[in-house]
Ligand binder design. Sequence first.
Ligand SMILES: CC(C)(COP(=O)(O)OP(=O)(O)OC[C@H]1O[C@@H](n2cnc3c(N)ncnc32)[C@H](O)[C@@H]1OP(=O)(O)O)[C@@H](O)C(=O)NCCC(=O)NCCS
Length: 181
Amino acid sequence: MSIVSRLLTPPGEPVESLRIVPMRRRHVRSILAIEERLYPKPWTAGVFNSEIDLVRRGERHYVVGMLGSELVAYGGLMFAAGEAHVTNIAVAPELQRRGYARRLLLRLVNVAVDRGSTALTLEVRVSNTAAQAMYRQFGFAPAGVRQRYYENTEDALVMWAHDIDSPEYRARLDTIAKGAP
Ligand SMILES: CC(C)(COP(=O)(O)OP(=O)(O)OC[C@H]1O[C@@H](n2cnc3c(N)ncnc32)[C@H](O)[C@@H]1OP(=O)(O)O)[C@@H](O)C(=O)NCCC(=O)NCCS
């Protein structure tokens, strides 16, 4: 499918199935092109490369979402003491609202469960109600605020999802998976 066909597909409709693969150093250039459009203080190539290095040590897990040969989404986890921390998740602006972030997060959460994590956590800008709505679908609830966490200006909402190893949480993931493109 061409980029034009993708852009002509209305938001809300999946254009094609996302292929999710492990993040590699060769992906970083494409990731930065998206990162720089999304964030006032984007991660640098050095940050992504060192995160990818930590995957080999079992301390991180990073994936990218591909449409054909085009990298359109990415996200990752940090593991610590029974918990998995969602470090980032992002979708190219013109391809948002098609369920791709939900697909990526579903994959990351399943990895966390498989790795024995019992809880998930993350920080999100208090103004980022779009991301917060997605996290709520995955059972994340607000647990506190880190003041001036971003650029020493905006507060972060700290969210947690507990008991991700329970049958109830598995049922939630199965429901999300049925609706995911
Ligand atoms: C947050 C983000 C990753 C969502 O990506 P996406 O592919 O558009 O999300 P999806 O289409 O998979 O939507 C999943 C859910 O997120 C919520 N959501 C996503 N975009 C939304 C928006 N603009 N407004 C309200 N809710 C939104 C909805 O609950 C949606 O479920 P629904 O379609 O059933 O209503 C994307 O907006 C993004 O890259 N933002 C910039 C980076 C960022 O803020 N990342 C999060 C850092 S903590």
